[in-house]
Design a protein around this ligand. Structure first.
Ligand SMILES: NC(=O)c1ccc[n+]([C@@H]2O[C@H](COP(=O)([O-])OP(=O)(O)OC[C@H]3O[C@@H](n4cnc5c(N)ncnc54)[C@H](O)[C@@H]3O)[C@@H](O)[C@H]2O)c1
Length: 360
């Protein structure tokens, strides 16, 4: 089968991960066009791809993605714009009959997410979302341990993002730190961890109770810190700590799961180190069977590459991407419930009623 023709929309900071992933999937994907409202960034994407592959002279550059959709016969697009624009851009692509892979978060409200799921189904196109942490080999090993029952009955799990994002970070792009285009620290910096928490435990969240603060960023509209308690359907508990206010640099990004027969904590600054792996009383890392990928954890583009691989496989055969609209909806609903709880000062039960557009 011929290669899939891909267009990229949005060529900002995250582009490097996508370029690496495209290179790793070159046998299946041909980069046909790139689009950014900044001509310089679109050109930068093309130049980087060209420099790394020696191939790409014929990549077309656009500043208007609607024009790109009309002109190019694309099989799929990757949407890497500001989060708050994902909905409009993805809707337009889907309505043109193009398969879409969207960076996290899929959208900022449940109404938008539900609309994307519906129109993708009506237009018979695939909708995939980049939650690449699920492909982190340490996380995959933890998932395997949970699913095969080796931790026994699960008690509770905690995920922690203790990061620093400074003024320079927020100044780099106007959308960051805004309510309507960024969505706050959980939606932007911690959604992968929220996704992992619910995915690893494989349970529906029943209730959340949360507090939020803006400690260190008076120049942004949103909170920079959220602490949330989670109650799952079975009564199991969870906790989310997400902040970008840590003095004076990134400290930790971790997830810890505690069960009757084992304790596991994957940590480091980027879920890249086994901190505790005590399963059945054996405190040994060898208990965790790691693939060669684990050695490449520093290059997290290998995780983006897995997201592409899964999407390509589905486009070339049948079925649904592993992380489709419904999967991406779960973490968004949890985050919106957490935001609602921290606004109300009360616990909030899920599912959220009436497809809550957002918490306001
Ligand atoms: N998966 C991950 O680990 C990860 C990491 C970082 C960022 N992200 C996500 O990637 C997305 C982009 O983040 P970023 O840090 O690269 O942002 P950025 O601001 O650096 O880049 C966004 C780019 O989109 C372009 N853009 C905006 N509107 C456009 C339009 N209508 N048409 C074409 N281009 C348009 C902007 O000009 C900019 O170049 C966000 O949704 C973010 O949450 C994901």
């Amino acid at each position: 089968m011929s290669k899939l023709r891909l267009g990229v929309i949005g060529c900002g900071s995250i582009r490097g991960k996508h370029i690496q992933a495209l290179i790793l999937n070159r046998d299946e994907i041909s980069l046909a066009s790139v689009c950014d409202i900044s001509a310089e960034r679109a050109q930068g994407f093309k130049d980087s791809y060209l420099a790394l592959t020696g191939d790409g002279d014929n990549i077309s550059i656009y500043s208007d993605y609607r024009g790109m959709l009309k002109k190019e016969k694309l099989d799929m697009v990757s949407i890497l714009t500001d989060s708050g624009k994902h909905y409009t851009v993805a809707s337009d692509c889907i309505n043109c009959g193009v398969n879409v892979l969207v960076e996290k978060p899929l959208a900022l409200s449940l109404d938008e997410v539900d609309s994307l799921i519906r129109i993708a189904s009506v237009n018979k196109v695939k909708l995939g979302v980049v939650h690449q942490y699920r492909y982190n080999p340490l996380i995959a090993a933890l998932k395997n341990c949970i699913d095969t029952g080796r931790l026994g009955k699960l008690f509770y799990a905690v995920t922690t993002v203790r990061w620093n994002r400074n003024r320079e970070y927020y100044n780099k792009a106007k959308w960051r730190g805004t309510k309507h285009l960024d969505g706050g620290v959980l939606m932007n910096q911690c959604i992968q961890n929220v996704d992992l928490l619910q995915w690893l435990l494989g349970e529906r969240v029943a209730e959340v109770h949360a507090y939020k603060r803006n400690y260190a960023h008076p120049y942004i509209d949103t909170e920079d810190t959220v602490l949330a308690l989670i109650k799952f359907g079975s009564g199991m508990l969870g906790m989310i700590e997400g902040t970008v206010s840590i003095f004076s640099g990134n400290l930790e990004n971790s997830i810890a799961v505690f069960g009757e027969k084992g304790s596991i904590k994957i940590g480091g600054k980027a879920l890249n180190r086994i901190e505790v792996w005590n399963v059945g009383g054996k405190d040994r890392q060898a208990d965790c069977i790691l693939s060669n990928d684990a050695k490449n954890l520093g290059q997290s583009s290998c995780c983006h590459s897995h997201v592409y691989k899964d999407f390509i496989k589905i486009l070339k055969s049948q079925g649904e991407p592993a992380i489709n609209g419904e999967e991406a909806r779960k973490s968004i609903e949890i985050i919106l419930a957490i935001q609602q709880s921290s606004e109300l000062g009360l616990p909030v039960t899920l599912p959220l009623k009436g497809g809550n557009a957002n918490w306001e």
